[in-house]
Design a protein around this ligand. Structure first.
Ligand code: UDP
Ligand code: MG
Length: 342
């Protein structure tokens, strides 16, 4: 296989899936992903399921699968960390030479592994799914998502492809680069673009959720959008000076108008217009301070250097993925809080 690796993993493929309250669809997920991976890699893969502090029975279900299948690596986070950090936790545990990331709700068809792999074999390091159709998603979700990607691309230098999620197949050297990025506010699809190498889009139709409901309400989508913008752009900081110039010019024009009125013997009336101007200026100033605050707050949080995620348990079969038992044992000893099932 022609893949430019810098790292020789212990299996050919790692599938990474963050799981939050996905109990209802988990059996179907494991079944379809396993079938897709087996069809190509036989036993030479691992399936990493990261439980992101689910409130339902997801963890028990993951453990049940891990007990039956040594290819399954079960990672339990200490609490809910959010999609991007759960995915980060999974990426930190990969041992495969290729890494396949998908959502737990089967919106991204695991069967596309084969066609995406062909692209990797053709020399690409990143093959990212690009949605050409989204089934079962509201017009509002589609509208806001598309608006977001267009706004983002206007503001950032890193070209972040639109209508992509985290569904992608990557070579190990890309994942190694991602793992070397210490930042806390992770907009992973953006970070992947930032890494570079050869990347290509893989158009696909996004299926509706298999079971359960979306864990991305508007609030989380806005937070992700804010992470995306602030991690890749300082353009909003420049809004302050642009707005300043704009309002300065408006003020000058108003001044000319007042002077003109005075010369012609009339006075400009109205405290209402004054009040309006004062309020608008006040709001613009607060808005600009808010934008500064957003960056400052992120700097503060980054400066703390807390761990990105806290792992409570890892269940990995000691001799899984063709690894020498002593190597596996060493890996287990260095990673704190790990217990091994079976
Ligand atoms: N997810 C997670 N932690 C969270 C929220 C979501 O690990 O706090 C996972 C979820 O289980 C799924 C993926 O992230 O595998 C995408 O979430 P979801 O399907 O709810 O988002 P949508 O597809 O609606 O954007
Ligand atoms: Mg989904």
């Amino acid at each position: 296989m022609h893949v430019p690796h810098t790292f020789s993993g212990s299996c050919e493929l790692s599938v990474v899936i963050p799981v939050y309250n996905e109990e209802a669809g988990l059996d179907a997920l494991v079944e379809r992903v396993t079938a897709a991976a087996r069809a190509i890699f036989a036993d030479n893969y691992e399936l990493i399921l990261v439980n992101d502090g689910s409130k339902d029975g997801s963890w028990a279900a993951i453990c049940r699968h891990a007990d039956h299948d040594p290819r399954i690596v079960a990672i339990n986070l200490a609490r809910n960390h959010g999609h991007q950090l759960a995915l980060t936790a999974g990426l930190n545990h990969v041992r495969g030479e290729l890494v396949f990331v998908l959502d737990a709700d089967l919106q991204d068809p695991p069967e596309l592994l084969g066609p995406m792999l062909e692209q990797v074999r053709a020399g690409y390091d990143v093959v990212y799914g690009q949605r050409i159709k989204r089934h079962g998603e509201t017009a509002f979700k589609r509208g806001t998502a598309s608006l977001f990607y267009r706004m983002l691309s206007a503001m950032v230098d890193t070209p972040i492809p639109r209508d992509t999620g985290d569904f992608r197949l990557m070579t190990r050297r890309v994942v190694d680069q991602l793992n070397a990025m210490p930042e806390r506010y992770r907009f992973i699809r953006g970070l992947v673009s930032y890494v570079g190498f050869n990347q290509t889009a893989f158009p696909y139709e996004r299926d509706p959720r298999f079971a359960g409901e979306t864990n991305y309400p508007l609030r989380k989508m806005l937070a992700l959008a804010a992470d995306a913008v602030t991690s890749f752009s300082v353009v909003p900081l420049r809004f302050a000076s642009h707005l300043g110039m704009l309002f300065g010019l408006a003020g000058l024009a108003a001044l000319v108008w007042v002077a003109w009125g005075w010369l012609r013997g009339g006075t400009v009336e109205g405290w209402a217009s004054l009040a309006a101007v004062t309020l608008i200026m006040g709001s613009v100033q607060l808005l600009v301070m808010g934008v500064f605050g957003e960056y400052l707050g992120r700097m503060y949080m980054e400066a703390k250097q807390r761990p990105l995620f806290i792992v409570s348990e890892v269940r990995r079969h000691p001799i899984a993925a063709n690894q020498e038992p002593e190597v596996a044992a060493a890996a287990i000893q260095t990673d704190e809080g790990i217990r091994v099932a079976g």
